[in-house]
Write a protein that binds this ligand. Structure first.
Ligand SMILES: C[S@@+](CC[C@H](N)C(=O)[O-])C[C@H]1O[C@@H](n2cnc3c(N)ncnc32)[C@H](O)[C@@H]1O
Length: 384
């Protein structure tokens, strides 16, 4: 059966893996022996791979029909596998061989020498090599930390640049310290809403608009809501700035003033029961709804999301926690306790359950010395 290899970015491979599973659910992504290389089942067209990479936060490249080799100082075996691959996966046009090092180094392995040998192999097969303007790039992706080498025709970015991470919330016209980083915001939108075309996504506490900007940039139907009119004005300024910057002439993304505890009042009737994704980053300190305590505000917001959700909806909730060591290669264990800045984990778990959101997974994102974030991925369950 055909297999594709996805190369995950180093920022948070475990979150990147979850994002990939949300964007390509029918390909059943699984992690390999390398934390940065995921396997996808079944055929994947170059255009679908390109489309996925163009909206993904955590995935850097996809190697089509690729394979993973466990390096044991066995260059000749690797080259034999590459030769067989090239014979079975013919391409037209000009070729380049692209070494991509994602983690550490391999002993007795020189990526430039291997690239040269594969280039020689291609020339002997009668293929034209053009490193500056190739039609096809064959990648040798090296993970020294797990001794894995992934090979295949590459779709995506070999520059090693962190893609969406190059964009900073501070570059926008309206910035507040609460603004989420674009890479986390985009990842959360994808995790919550899944493939493009699934249905609308809502951020009921939009602040400076971090999630909605990413939803707009990836051409999703999206609505941001905030109770504070200064935030609504500022996030709309950000949205217009982004659309102009990215030359997006038509976008259905909107930001309006409204109350997260009554989402139904802010949305078009046709969205009721259709909303596929919710992203939620509740206020850190005293909230704008001064009369409600943190847990009551959250319970009412989650309940109001449930009332308009599709029964296939997912919700990503991001809450601040005391700083924890970075844990980027796996989700938290079910029983792991975390110290929330507001309230305690058991109450949060309980209130999500009673408002119809079943927790699927949790991850820690380290922010700085005194702050981490808990990213909670949940799915709709009917309420009796
Ligand atoms: C932590 S901030 C969101 C930050 C946002 N993710 C960003 O990237 O800028 C929380 C926001 O929730 C808003 N908020 C608080 N209570 C609300 C309510 N009941 N309805 C809607 N928005 C509310 C606050 O005005 C604030 O802008």
């Amino acid at each position: 059966m055909a297999q594709q290899i996805a190369v995950l970015r180093g920022w948070h491979p475990a979150l990147a893996m979850a994002e990939l599973a949300a964007l390509l659910p029918s390909h059943n992504p699984t992690i390999s022996e390398s934390n940065r290389l995921a396997k996808l089942e079944g055929e994947l067209s170059p255009s679908k791979a390109f489309e996925t990479l163009s909206i993904s936060s955590g995935c850097q490249a996809i190697l089509l029909n690729g394979f993973i080799h466990n390096w044991q100082n066995d260059e000749s075996i690797l080259l034999e596998k590459v030769e067989k691959y090239l014979q079975n996966n013919h391409r037209e046009g000009k070729m380049a061989v692209v070494p991509l090092r994602i983690e550490g180094k391999l002993s007795q392995f020189s990526s430039s020498q291997i690239a040269g040998k594969i280039g020689g192999m291609m020339s002997r097969m009668g293929w034209e090599i053009d490193l500056s303007n190739p039609n096809n790039r064959f990648s040798v992706t090296i993970d020294g930390s797990s001794s894995q080498i992934a090979c295949g025709w590459m779709v995506g970015d070999e520059s090693g640049s962190e893609g969406v991470a190059n964009r900073k919330a501070t570059q926008r016209p309206f910035f507040k310290p609460v603004s989420l980083s674009p890479r986390l915001a985009l990842l959360a939108v994808n995790l919550a809403a899944g493939p493009i075309g699934n249905g609308p996504v809502i951020d009921a506490m939009t602040g400076t608009g971090g999630f909605i900007l990413e939803a707009a940039a990836t051409n999703r139907q999206a609505l941001g809501i905030d109770l504070n009119s200064q935030m609504v004005e500022g996030s709309n300024q950000n949205l217009n700035w982004l659309l102009k910057q990215q030359k997006i002439s038509e976008s259905s993304a909107k930001i309006v003033r409204g109350d997260a505890t009554n989402i139904a009042a802010s949305i078009d009737k046709s969205w009721v029961g259709q909303v596929r994704g919710f992203v939620l980053d509740p206020p850190y300190g005293r909230n704008s709804q001064g009369s409600l305590n943190h847990n009551d505000l959250l319970t009412k917001t989650l309940t109001s999301a449930h009332q308009v959700a599709s029964n296939k909806a997912n919700l990503v909730l991001i809450v601040p926690i005391d700083s924890m060591p970075a844990q980027i290669n796996s989700a938290l264990d079910n029983n792991s306790q975390v110290d929330l800045l507001h309230g305690d984990w058991d109450s949060l778990q309980q209130l999500m359950k009673t408002s119809g959101w079943q927790i699927k997974n949790r991850w820690i994102e380290h922010v700085h010395g005194s702050l981490s974030r808990l990213v909670i991925h949940s799915e709709y369950v009917p309420l009796n």
